[in-house]
Unconditional design. Structure first.
Length: 122
């Protein structure tokens, strides 16, 4: 779960960098708001450990909300002229968000094994 949380932190920072790019390129304000909301969703979940399945489902829901926010930003930025770089960054963020969501889905029901602090069962 630590690697997933680090990846979520990284995606949150990349989303904020993409928000700055969208602002500089003259994208609609709704694009920046959607990117900020998506980054905030991941930033809320990333610092906390999720050892039990209930908390892991919260991480999964946050990942789904992130993909929804980035998808909304992609829709809002669709009509911006000369925004090839912005569209590429948004599509890349969507793909990484889907990967992170699948990763969170695969680990949602794991439990800690009682004798080890680093191994999980399925």
């Amino acid at each position: 779960m630590l690697r997933l949380r680090i990846f979520a932190s990284l995606l949150s920072v990349l989303s904020l960098a993409t928000m700055a790019l969208a602002f500089v390129m003259g994208a609609p304000v709704a694009t920046s708001i959607a990117l900020l909301a998506a980054a905030a969703v991941l930033a809320m979940v990333a610092p906390f450990d999720a050892p039990d399945p209930r908390q892991r489902i919260r991480v999964l829901l946050a990942c789904l909300a992130y993909v929804g926010g980035i998808g909304a930003a992609l829709v809002f930025a669709h009509g911006v002229p000369d925004a090839g770089m912005l569209m590429f960054a948004l599509i890349l963020l969507v793909m990484m968000g889907v990967g992170m969501t699948l990763w969170a889905f695969a680990t949602r029901k794991r439990r800690r094994m009682p004798r080890s602090s680093r191994y999980y069962d399925n």
